[in-house]
Design a protein around this ligand. Structure first.
Ligand code: KG4
Ligand code: ZN
Length: 335
């Protein structure tokens, strides 16, 4: 068979992204227009502003992806787009543009699940093949996914309240580090003592593979209040380091326990929080000790991007999955 080139579009949250990916692996282009500055003053993503900004950027981003890839539109074999989950207005911009491209090029359209995309980011730089266990940790999701095959994924654990990235963002805001909080906490924690404050490691009674982060988030807020009430200064580096340690420990424990119980010899990580340096370091060390081979994408493929959507779509394409031109955006799409 020949090469399969997929034009992929991703607009589920606050990045307008397009990419061209060959055979699910070779990234010919990967354009990301971030809206971070637009949302920073509000301390988080404002959905209506996100939608409007996607509309302003999408044409340029797709054109740039095609020109960076140095490819003729006639060489595109399929158009892929994130159709959920995410912000409905944001998703609709990508879906509408991808449909128009597919229709104009007379090429198949493939709607991709955002999490399937995050997981597929691992195929870009590594030769990992299913089956494996994947810890998906982003601003909107915290899941343990059993990747039985490229297009056969089962969620075996998830968060009962906040997503891991959401907890990072909220704690960062409470100690004045700003948005997005994950990378800021990561950097601030390097200057602090992770043993300075003991924050609870939230356990969930229902399942040993599920997560809960609202407890540790509240513990941080209570701690900040009590320090303030005593008129003392908060050591933000110690708070960041202690909070990060508490979250990372739970993520690693549950992943390794699930890998062991389900008999996975390989594990992977995906999503924005997978860019966290302590998580990468601790997960690697613990997986090594337990005979599990660990993979994770470069930071640029951890946070939202369209190359990961192009990688996932390749396997959908081979599997014969096609979406109609009536494809919709599904804010709460299930895997
Ligand atoms: O995957 P992503 O770009 O978007 C979603 O699908 O949600 O993830 C964004 C999340 C944000 O909450 C951000 O704070 C977090 O990933 N994040 C990090 C780091 N880099 C990004 N969290 C911890 N440490 C990091 N280095
Ligand atoms: Zn994401």
């Amino acid at each position: 068979g020949g090469n399969i080139c997929i034009l992929a579009v991703e607009t589920s949250c606050d990045e307008t992204a397009a990419a061209v990916v060959k055979n699910g692996k070779t990234v010919l282009s990967n354009v990301i227009s971030s809206q971070i500055e637009l949302h920073t003053v509000y301390g988080g993503v404002v959905p209506e502003l996100a939608s409007r900004n996607h509309i302003e950027k999408i044409n340029y981003v797709i054109a740039q992806a095609l020109s960076d890839a140095d490819i003729k539109v006639s060489e595109i074999d399929a158009v892929a787009v994130t159709c959920g989950p995410g912000l409905v207005g944001a998703l609709l911009v990508g879906v509408a543009h991808a449909k128009a491209f597919a229709y104009a090029l007379k090429k198949p359209l493939i709607g991709v699940h955002h999490i399937e995309g995050h997981i597929a980011a691992n195929y870009i730089e590594h030769d990992i093949k299913p089956p494996f266990l994947c810890l998906v940790v982003s601003g909107g999701h915290t899941q343990l996914a059993a990747v039985k095959d490229y297009t056969d994924i089962e969620i075996i654990g998830k968060t009962c309240d906040d997503a891991a990235g959401e907890a990072f963002d909220k704690v960062a805001r409470s100690i004045g580090l700003g948005y997005p909080g994950g990378p800021k906490i990561d950097a601030e924690a390097k200057k602090g003592d992770p043993y300075a404050i003991v924050f609870p490691k939230a356990k969930v009674a229902k399942s040993e593979y599920d997560f809960s982060f609202s407890g540790v988030k509240s513990a941080v807020l209570n701690y900040l209040n009590s320090v303030n009430m005593r008129g003392k200064a908060v050591n933000t580096a110690d708070v960041a380091a202690s909070f990060q340690k508490s979250v990372v420990e739970v993520l690693v424990e549950h992943t390794v326990k699930a890998a062991h119980d389900y008999g996975f010899k390989q594990a992977a990580m995906a999503g924005g929080v997978a860019a966290n340096s302590l998580l990468r370091e601790t997960m690697k060390k613990t997986c090594d000790e337990n005979g599990i081979k660990l993979y994770y994408p470069s930071p640029v493929y951890c946070t939202d991007n369209a190359a990961m959507i192009g990688a996932a779509a390749y396997y959908d394409f081979l599997n014969g999955k096609r979406s109609g031109l009536d494809l919709n955006a599904f804010p709460a799409l299930k895997l």
